[in-house]
Design a protein around this ligand. Structure first.
Ligand SMILES: [Zn+2]
Length: 106
């Protein structure tokens, strides 16, 4: 198993929320379609990266042999599925609950 670097808890105005941070540029991921998860084949860790230049530069720095997911939202969905979310109904219920909580927290 490989830990993924880039999942952080952001502290914003005294309130906290999990976020992804690109491990190349250090910026928050604001658009799931513009980020991915990368890892080494038989390596020891994975990383969250922006697509495009961040991905290309980071991959080159690691020998150009990194594997990657499609958009980061796919592995996030796999994560939810691996934690027991099996139906669209469950997913929608959790999405509504999270959105209500976010409206209180942010
Ligand atoms: Zn980046």
């Amino acid at each position: 198993m490989l830990p993924i670097e880039g999942l952080v808890i952001e502290d914003k105005d005294g309130r906290t929320c999990p976020r992804f941070v690109c491990q190349h540029c250090g910026m928050l991921v604001e658009d799931s379609g513009m980020a991915l998860i990368a890892w080494e084949h038989k390596g020891k860790q994975g990383w969250c990266l922006h697509k495009g230049e961040c991905w290309r530069a980071f991959d080159a720095k690691h020998g150009g042999n990194l594997l990657s997911s499609p958009d980061i939202d796919i592995p996030v969905m796999w994560l939810l599925m691996n934690m027991g979310i099996k139906t669209t109904r469950q997913l929608l219920s959790l999405w509504k609950e999270a959105k209500e909580y976010a409206s209180i927290s942010f």
